[in-house]
Write a protein that binds this ligand. Structure first.
Ligand SMILES: Nc1ncnc2c1ncn2[C@@H]1O[C@H](COP(=O)(O)OP(=O)(O)OP(=O)(O)O)[C@@H](O)[C@H]1O
Ligand SMILES: [Mg+2]
Length: 243
């Protein structure tokens, strides 16, 4: 029997209140961001290159601190939470996910060393990664190496999603998980993302139509600010395009 790997605690509600951050000088960063990520929802962050999407994600995962404003997690200011405790509750999947040169299995266990075989297989199934891993010469024991064991970009993304699924994260932040994928790989990654999102709060950066169509709300950033928060249908409708 498969053991579901649901997160241990309920998903958090996140609130950005007047959050600003600058990289130095006048350019870049984000300013005056007000944005709610309701508990258990998927919010997409869309917008052009340089709009501030990655910056906002980095603030949320604690890689940078707001210069003004605050980020509330279930009502508590992020800066007052113990960094280790906060890190254990979140999964950050950057655009180029990090893998060690160890085996597939070792990489999956990075966020949850005590996971057992059933839990690993459940996570791989959820991420639609079980098939291609079973075809690797040594399966889960195949070394990833620097070049990712010859896995494709879409396969490595799904491995990163399986790792996020496996850990006890209740907040998942993903930076363009479907960038550069063909439509079929994107479909698989989107399915994996929907499964991963169950029981978690998710912020996913994307401008891809297929990815955006599966989220609850789309927040559009322009020039470091949140321009609007709309439904995917409204965002993707030609009539709904921001002027
Ligand atoms: N390390 C940095 N130092 C200085 N400026 C930076 C730095 N990182 C980002 N910026 C600037 O901050 C702004 C927002 O960058 P950010 O990476 O958040 O944009 P983005 O919306 O994620 O863009 P993309 O879609 O290209 O990934 C840009 O003008 C960028 O040049
Ligand atoms: Mg970015």
């Amino acid at each position: 029997m498969r053991v579901p790997c649901h997160p241990r605690s309920p998903p958090p509600a996140v609130l950005f209140e007047g959050v600003s951050f600058r990289y130095g000088g006048d350019r870049g960063g984000v300013s005056g961001v007000d944005l709610a990520l309701p508990a258990g929802s998927i919010t997409a962050l869309a917008g052009g290159s340089g709009a501030g999407k990655t910056t906002l994600a980095r603030l949320l995962v604690g890689l940078a601190r707001p210069e003004s404003g605050r980020i509330l997690v279930n009502g508590s200011d992020l800066t007052t939470l113990a960094p280790d405790a906060w890190r254990s509750r979140l999964a950050w999947v950057p655009q180029a996910p990090y893998f060690t040169s160890g085996t597939v299995r070792e990489n999956l266990l990075l966020g949850r060393p005590d996971a057992d075989e059933d839990q690993i297989h459940t996570a791989l199934e959820a991420a639609a990664a079980d098939q291609f891993i079973s075809h690797l010469p040594q399966g889960l024991h195949t070394p990833l190496g620097e070049r990712g064991a010859g896995l494709s970009g879409g396969e490595l993304r799904r491995l990163a999603l399986a790792r996020a699924y496996l850990c006890h994260a209740t907040l998942v932040v993903l930076d363009e998980p479907t960038a550069g994928l063909d439509p079929e790989s994107e479909r698989l990654v989107c399915t994996a993302l929907e499964r991963l999102a169950r029981g978690r709060t998710v912020l996913v950066i994307s401008h891809r139509e297929q990815t955006l169509s599966g989220v609850d709300r789309v927040a559009e950033m322009i020039d470091g600010r949140i321009e609007r928060v709309v439904s995917p249908a409204e965002y993707l409708s030609p009539m709904g395009a921001a002027t």
